[in-house]
Design a protein around this ligand. Sequence first.
Ligand code: BV8
Length: 241
Amino acid sequence: MQDIDTTKPIVVLTGAGISKESGLDTFRDADGIWSKVRIEDVATPEAFARDPDRVQAFYNARRQGLLGANVAPNPAHKALAKLEQHWPAGVLLVTQNIDDLHERAGSRFLIHMHGELLKARCSACGDITTCQGDLSRADRCIACGVSGQVRPHVVWFGEMPLEMERIEDALMACGLFISIGTSGNVYPAAGFVETVRQFGTGHSIELNLEPSLGASAFDDAKYGPASEVVTAYVDDLVAQL
Ligand code: BV8
């Protein structure tokens, strides 16, 4: 176990792989979401302008799936909440995921850089509200009263991810960068490890089912299901304190 500077904060990046054992599909595994529907048809602003009903239906189905009885945080989500409680210099959890499993597991210092499935946003006034039901073009914004402009509060391809400046500052200041359950396909998240290497001083490790596209950029790696690998790694980190 590499000695990690316990006086510096940790930055964690998660992707769809951490939620797989909770029953949520990933994107690029063989049975993943993008094997069933095209990004261009459901996850771009152009798709929403062209066919809003189809895009709303895609996110409505995922929202109801997330709220289903059999979807709950797994040991990997819980291990990250435990790390946040114990690490003296703090943990910033940056997730590409739009589910709320990190919150349900107890993580508090969290950035959803690609938005949140359980929130809606008005394109007319920017108002953000919680959303547990279905969205449709008939919805009217409660803040500005405009209808037909309420969309999922989700970052689509071609849109700027959220809180990038705060994330980059944290990457440069951290003593440890942990990337979990992400294939390294999607930027700018896939470039975070390079930010740490070039501008930071942190040790970087990938915890994944298999090597990601960016595997060679990491100082270290452990492969296996997140519920096992993340739990074991967090236990080792906390044992150093
Ligand atoms: C932007 C929300 C610019 C929607 C998503 C270079 C630089 C900058 C941009 C680009 C660039 N090159 C290309 C781009 C454009 C694009 C991009 O990256 N395209 C890719 C496809 C090439 N990026 C963008 O458009 C981004 N925006 O750059 O804006 C800009 C600048 C100025 C002004 C305006 C704009 C926005 C990207 C965000 C898109 N939204 N999600 C939704 O969820 O529906 S991305 C989507 O992919 C999800 O968020 C997902 O999380 C994310 C990444 O996927 P992963 O999480 O990695 O999931 P994946 O299935 O791929 O992998 C799962 C991994 O888990 C696998 O490795 C697997 O082995 C592992 N695993 C499986 N089971 C387990 C496991 N691991 C552990 N345990 C297990 N049990």
